[in-house]
Ligand binder design. Structure first.
Ligand code: FES
Length: 264
């Protein structure tokens, strides 16, 4: 969470007034979790290295300016962290509003409905209205524009990549959290995915040399699909048959390494 667990010298700090002691090098987000406080997040996970891209996990730290990301900020002795001040609530809500302004509002028919971290976090930060609407959102990151016969431009969602037999890639739902790219590198060691473009134009790509996932270096291990917080990377079986009603984590018996996997 933020960064994998650390084992350094103990550091004592307070999070929302609760004292907590964690090893040196621990992230503020993980320290908050140790104190029983959950900080909203989208790009951080329990297993991947912290990346600090979504800016949803911001906190206030006494004596410091701004609102740093708790997943990439290490603890310090005597630090006083506030995770629920008016200021951080406002920043989180604004960040979430920008995400939703460039995301299809088709939750009710989306395969990830009820199992979507973007949906969960929108609820967690209390987002009810989105003030920014396309085309006023500054760049239409997940769209491209078509021109009709009258010369009017119309925004359209980026098309799906359906080439892989096991999963689909829907760039319109991507929030560029980089979790799939990091899972591909850190879990699988394949380096098949990358982020191309900058700012509003940045998006996940299966390599500059390939047009789609199937012709890329992707080995279909599924690490990216499991890491995705939205329906951007979605198993085809989930799309066709719906979300499973139960899952079991088990250990593969094939060799002695002891890899675990989730069966649904
Ligand atoms: Fe910290 Fe995304 S969870 S920046």
């Amino acid at each position: 969470m933020g960064t994998p667990a650390k084992t350094g010298a103990p550091v004592t700090l307070t999070v929302d007034g609760f004292e907590v002691t964690v090893p040196e090098g621990t992230s503020v987000m993980r320290a908050a979790a140790e104190a029983g406080i959950s900080v909203p997040k989208l790009c951080a996970t329990d297993s991947l290295e912290a990346f600090g891209s979504c800016r949803l996990c911001v906190v206030e730290i006494e004596g410091r300016r701004g609102t740093p990301a708790s997943c990439t900020t290490p603890v310090a002795p005597g630090m006083a962290v506030r995770t629920q001040s008016d200021k951080v609530r406002k920043v989180r809500k604004g960040v979430m509003e920008l995400y939703i302004s460039d995301h299809p509002l088709d939750c009710l028919t989306c395969a990830a409905n009820g199992d979507c971290e973007l949906q969960d976090m929108a609820g967690a930060v209390g987002l009810r209205n989105v003030r920014y609407k396309a085309p006023d959102n500054g760049g239409l990151a997940n769209h491209f524009e078509t021109r009709d016969s009258s010369g009017e431009t119309n925004p359209e969602w980026l098309p799906k990549d359906d080439s892989n037999p096991y999963f689909t890639y829907d760039p319109s739902k991507c929030i560029v959290c980089n979790r799939c790219v990091r899972a591909c590198e850190e879990v699988q060691g394949t380096f098949a995915l990358t982020i191309e473009g900058r700012g509003f134009d940045s998006r996940v790509s299966a390599g500059a040399a390939s047009d789609d996932f199937l012709s890329s270096d992707c080995v279909s291990c599924g690490a990216c699909v499991q890491a995705c917080p939205t329906a951007t990377l979605q198993e085809k079986s989930v799309i066709e048959m719906g979300t499973p009603d139960r899952s079991v984590v088990t250990t593969c018996a094939y060799c002695g390494v002891g890899c675990t996997f989730k069966a649904e």
